[in-house]
Design a protein around this ligand. Structure first.
Ligand code: DQA
Length: 148
């Protein structure tokens, strides 16, 4: 039974995966991503809790309320990536190792997606690999935790 836990946070609109712009984001659903993450977590001997919200404040509250239960955070902040200083501050306040991921190659998309307010405070960033962005991000986060 793993004792270490990581928190996976998904930002706005990611609940729509599967039906939202499938040509851009793929056909898998958020539940499928979460199941894959939990499976990979098992093989890495770490428990994975997943949480999605469409609300900036709800994500921030969740970080405040649960930080002490986790050893690290894997986050796809979705559109909040590009402007949410409040989310960034909450992630800093958590004091936890942080890996940021994106399903798509944000640098190949509209210019407003090229800037992330989260990346400068993250330990690492993985993007453009679809579901693999999440799975590789989880592996990287677990490596960071094991080294600490
Ligand atoms: C995204 C990229 C963001 O620009 C966008 O707002 C999203 C998803 C991605 O995973 O590629 O909602 O974070």
């Amino acid at each position: 039974m793993p004792v270490e836990k990581v928190l996976v946070l998904h930002g706005p609109n990611l609940n729509l995966l599967g039906s939202r712009e499938p040509d851009v984001y793929g056909e898998f659903t958020l539940d499928e991503i979460n199941n894959e993450l939990k499976k990979r977590g098992k093989s890495l001997d770490i428990e994975v809790d997943c949480h999605q919200s469409n609300h900036e404040g709800a994500l921030i509250d969740h970080i405040h309320d649960s930080t002490e239960n986790y050893r690290g955070i894997l986050i796809n902040p979705a559109a909040l990536t590009h402007y949410s200083y409040a989310l960034r501050d909450a992630l800093i306040a958590s004091g936890l190792p942080l890996v940021e991921i994106h399903l798509t190659n944000v640098f190949a998309r509209e210019p407003f997606r090229h800037h992330s307010v989260v990346s400068p405070i993250a330990d690492g960033l993985i993007y453009g690999l679809g579901l693999d962005s999440y799975l590789l991000g989880l592996e990287a986060l677990v490596n960071i935790i094991k080294k600490s």
